[in-house]
Design a protein around this ligand. Structure first.
Ligand code: ATP
Ligand code: MG
Length: 382
């Protein structure tokens, strides 16, 4: 399935400038060899040899390195902006979806996820939606990599409805040249020229103007949006991310549908974010009561509901609605999920000439943990 050719190891060792012997030490573990259609590529599963995690090396005729998108420092306190930034701060909306780097390579468009994998589903949707725009863009800017967020309800990773996205859409937030992020002005110019959507630029503030920043965030709270990414206009210092109280609680609520999967990992980090918000916004007693009730419900309600569903014999799995344009696309995607070791089932819901609508169910650890709990009555934790 994911067999790779003989030439791939020498080609990769050449590209990386290390011996085949050294390369082989990393293969399978830190560096994974993959294949999508005829294109072989390597994925950096962690930071290594000076490359970021999520770096992808496309191994066609002329190898091309798609550097990982840098991890963004999270702010707990908005006040931190003063210390971190230089002067002006561009306040961009942080959209809640998944990170996709788009490249045009040897005549084709590829969509690469945060982890460095070419996602066949995302690739096919982006080709259909923006194929022409991206092709023209790359005639002018061949070496750049577009980085953006795929959002909406029709994807296999993050389901979050945006009125402006209608099912599936792609919003660019940065352009990379090698491992560097280009000034935001260039991103805006290029995106505009080739009619690609970008995340919203909400404001430009002085780094000491925390009250203006807070106004922007209050608005996002009201609109139930995820948050902001704060950027130096020229990326002279790394960006910062900050999320709303709303999404911090909403994430917990989503995650706690599967307490032994996402739930576990989500809880403490989100609580820490809320602690900082309670302190910095100086919540009064009414606010504390209101938020504490929301938080408590977000923790318990979905988890109890899932347990009840399991008790009634339902499968505990997360469900996604996907749209494919051919059976071949669907097969490629299934093969991709299998190669990643994801446990899942798919079900064709509707098959028309031009599109196939599929339900994807990803199995959850919570399914078996809850099953055992219900069978024995024992708690899975002390
Ligand atoms: P990180 O990517 O920082 O390691 P993470 O994978 O948990 O952490 P998030 O907490 O969602 O990701 O925050 C970073 C991500 O936010 C980016 O990788 C990107 O996918 C997404 N994002 C959404 N909007 C923007 C934006 N305007 N600028 C930069 N990133 C954005
Ligand atoms: Mg995200």
């Amino acid at each position: 399935m994911n067999e790779t050719s003989r030439e791939i190891v020498p080609k990769l060792s050449n590209t990386l400038g290390i011996s085949e012997k050294d390369l082989k030490k990393h293969l399978g573990r830190s560096i994974r060899l993959m294949k999508y259609k005829d294109l072989e590529y390597a994925v950096f599963r962690r930071e290594l040899l000076g490359f970021r995690e999520g770096t992808t090396i496309l191994l066609g005729e002329e190898p091309f390195i798609v550097h990982g998108y840098p991890s963004i420092q999270r702010l707990a306190l908005l006040e931190g902006v003063r210390k971190h930034m230089i002067d002006k701060v561009v306040v961009e909306e942080k959209m809640n979806g998944y990170n996709v780097r788009t490249v045009y390579y040897e005549g084709k468009i590829y969509a690469i996820t945060r982890g460095g994998y070419i996602c066949p589903y995302t690739t096919s949707r982006i080709r259909k939606l923006y194929g022409k725009n991206i092709e023209f863009l790359y005639k002018e800017y061949g070496n750049y990599v577009l980085v953006g967020e795929v959002v909406g309800t029709e994807n296999p990773y993050v389901v979050y409805d945006y009125p402006e996205a209608r099912g599936f859409d792609y919003f660019i937030f940065d352009i990379m040249d090698g491992d560097k992020l280009l000034p935001l002005r260039i991103k805006r110019e290029i995106a505009e020229k080739y009619s690609m959507k970008t995340v919203r630029e909400l404001s430009v503030v002085d780094k000491n103007d925390i009250s203006s920043l807070r106004l922007v965030i209050n608005n996002l709270e009201k609109e139930k949006r995820e948050g902001v990414v704060l950027k130096d206009p020229d990326h002279r210092v790394p960006p910062l991310k900050y999320t709303t109280v709303y999404i911090n609680i909403k994430d917990i609520e989503e995650g706690m549908r599967y307490p032994f999967d996402e739930g576990r990992g989500y809880l403490f980090s989100r609580i820490v974010r809320l602690i900082a918000q309670g302190y910095e916004y100086n919540w009064n007693n009414d606010e504390l009561n209101r938020i504490a009730l929301k938080l408590g419900k977000a923790i318990l309600e979905p988890a109890i509901k899932s347990l009840k569903q399991r008790a009634e014999g339902e499968i505990i799995a997360s469900s996604y609605i996907l749209v494919f344009y051919s059976m071949g696309d669907l097969e490629d995607f299934i093969e991709f999920l299998e190669s990643l070791g994801v446990e899942f089932i798919t079900r064709v819901l509707e098959e028309r000439e031009e599109k196939i609508i599929v339900e994807l169910m990803k199995m959850k650890e919570t399914h078996s943990t809850y099953s055992k709990m219900l069978e024995t009555g024992y708690s899975p934790l002390d």
